[in-house]
Design a protein around this ligand. Structure first.
Ligand code: FAD
Length: 383
C-alpha cells in the first residue's frame, strides 16, 4: 500500500487526504494545531473548484452551509449607507458558493474515510529521503510527502528552500477576527473604504457575531503579536465610523488572524516524491478570493497524478499563472488612494444599478478573475 504523509489539515490537506484514501493509499496527516482549525472567514468556491466540490460530493452540502449574506453596503465615516450591492462582496457569479472557511474544512474532514491516521499537535522536523522525523512522534518512512501546510510551509522550507525565495508580499495585509454583532446587522456585509485602508464587517452564520476584516498597506506583518497589534492600530489611527471600537474588540478577539497579502511563486511544486499543494505551493494572495479554490483543485490534480508528479506540475502551471496574474490588479488597487478616489468609488457603486449595460460592466470587471477560476481541465474522475 502506498504510504502518504500530508502536512497540514486545512482545505488542501483534508481534500488530499479524502481523495488519496479513496484511491487506496495509507494516509497519515500531521497538523501543528491540536485539532482541525474551524475558525476563519468567508471564502468562495467557483470555476473548476466547483467541479471538484461536485466530484467530491461536497458541493450540495457546502451550498447548504453557505453564508447567507444577502447584500453588501458601503458606508461613510458617519455610518450612512451610501451604496448597496446584492450578495456578498466576493461572489462573482450566483453559482459561486460562499462559505465560512471553517465550515468547508469541517465538511472536507467529514469526507475523509476512517482509517486515515491523524497526528495533531506535531510537526515535521526533518525530511531525509523517505524518512521523516517529527517533533514528538517517532520517525517513520513514507512513499510520498505532501506539504499542505499553508503560506509559511514547513515542507517547502525543508525541501525547496527558505520562504524568502518564494514568498512575494504584495504590499498589504489582512487582519481577521470575530466580534460581537454590536451593529445589529443581519445577513449583511458593511464596507468602509478610506485612503489606503478598508474595513469590512460581515455577519457570521446566525447574527450573534460578525467577522471583521481590516485591510491595510505596509510591509510584511511581524510575527510578534504585540508588534502586529500596534502596526494595525497605527494604520487605522484617526478612522471614522465604528473603527475605534473595532480596534478595541480586536485586542480582545480570541481568533485574531493576521496574514500578508502575498503570493507563493515557484517554478515547480514537486521534488522527487515530495509535492506542495494549496497555499504552500501557490498562494495567490487573499485578495483574489481564489486561494481556497486553488487548494481544492490542486488536491484533486495531485491525487489524480500521485504516481506521476511531473504531470501535476504540468497540469497546474497554466491555472496557477492565470490566478496569480488575476491577483495583481486587486492587490494594486486594494483600497482607494485618496479621499477623492473614495468618493468616486462610492459614486460609481451607487450608480451601477441604474446604468444601462450594467451586466456587461460587471462582467468586464470580473472577467479576468472568472476566466482564471476556470482555467483548467480536470483529469478524469478519481475512483
Ligand atoms: C485574511 C485572509 C482572507 C482570505 N480570504 C479568502 C477568500 O475570501 N476566498 C478564498 O478563496 N480564499 C481566501 N483566503 C485564502 C485561503 O484561506 C487559503 O488560500 C486557503 O485556506 C488555502 O488552504 P490551505 O489548506 O492550502 O492552507 P491553510 O488554510 O493556510 O492551512 C494550512 C494548515 O497547515 C497547518 N500547518 C502550518 N504549519 C504546519 C506545520 N509546520 N506542521 C503541520 N501543520 C502545519 C496549519 O495549522 C493549517 O491547518 C484568505 C486568506 C487570508 C489569510
Amino acid at each position: 500500500m502506498t504510504r502518504v504523509l500530508i502536512s497540514g489539515a486545512s482545505v488542501a490537506g483534508n481534500a488530499a487526504a479524502a481523495l488519496l484514501a479513496r484511491r487506496g493509499c495509507a494516509v497519515t496527516v500531521v497538523e501543528r494545531a491540536p485539532a482541525i482549525r474551524t475558525g476563519g472567514y468567508a471564502i468562495d468556491i467557483r470555476g473548476v473548484a466547483l467541479e471538484v466540490a461536485e466530484r467530491m460530493g461536497v458541493a450540495a452540502k457546502a451550498r447548504a452551509h453557505g453564508t447567507d449574506t444577502e447584500g453588501t453596503s458601503f458606508v461613510d465615516a458617519a455610518g450612512k449607507r451610501i451604496a448597496t450591492l446584492p450578495l456578498g462582496f466576493g461572489v462573482l457569479d450566483p453559482a459561486d458558493i460562499e462559505i465560512m472557511k471553517g465550515d468547508l474544512t469541517r465538511l472536507l474532514h467529514a469526507e475523509v474515510p476512517a482509517g486515515v491516521e491523524w497526528i495533531f499537535g506535531d510537526t515535521i522536523e526533518e525530511i531525509a529521503g523517505d524518512r521523516v522525523t517529527f517533533r514528538h512522534a517517532p520517525p517513520r518512512r513514507f512513499d510520498y510527502i505532501i506539504g499542505a501546510d499553508g503560506i509559511h510551509s514547513r515542507v517547502r522550507e525543508l525541501v525547496f528552500g527558505p520562504s524568502r525565495q518564494y514568498l512575494h508580499h504584495l504590499g498589504s495585509s489582512s487582519a481577521v477576527f470575530t466580534a460581537p454583532n454590536e451593529l445589529g446587522i443581519e445577513r449583511w456585509q458593511l464596507v468602509h473604504s478610506m485612503p489606503g485602508r478598508v474595513v469590512s464587517v460581515k455577519t457570521d452564520k446566525g447574527s450573534e457575531t460578525v467577522k471583521v476584516t481590516l485591510l491595510y498597506g505596509g510591509p510584511m506583518p511581524s510575527r510578534d503579536r504585540a508588534e502586529r497589534l500596534s502596526a494595525i492600530e497605527t494604520a487605522f489611527q484617526g478612522s471614522g465610523w465604528v473603527v475605534p471600537r473595532l480596534l478595541e474588540l480586536m485586542r480582545a478577539a480570541p481568533d485574531l488572524y493576521v496574514a500578508p497579502n502575498a503570493q507563493v511563486r515557484m517554478p515547480g511544486w514537486t521534488a522527487g516524491r515530495v509535492a506542495l499543494v494549496g497555499d504552500a505551493g501557490y498562494a495567490p494572495s487573499s485578495l483574489t478570493g481564489q486561494g481556497t479554490g486553488m487548494a481544492l483543485v490542486g488536491a484533486y490534480v495531485l491525487a489524480a497524478n500521485l504516481h506521476d508528479l511531473p504531470a501535476y506540475d504540468r497540469q497546474m502551471r497554466g491555472f496557477v499563472d492565470a490566478n496569480h496574474k488575476a491577483a495583481l490588479a486587486p492587490a494594486r488597487g486594494f483600497a482607494p488612494k485618496s479621499e477623492l478616489a473614495v468618493k468616486l468609488q462610492n459614486l460609481s457603486i451607487r450608480m451601477l444599478p441604474y446604468l444601462p449595460g450594467k451586466g456587461l460592466m460587471i462582467a468586464a470587471m470580473t472577467r479576468e478573475a472568472r476566466r482564471a477560476a476556470g482555467a483548467l481541465r480536470l483529469p478524469a474522475a478519481i475512483s
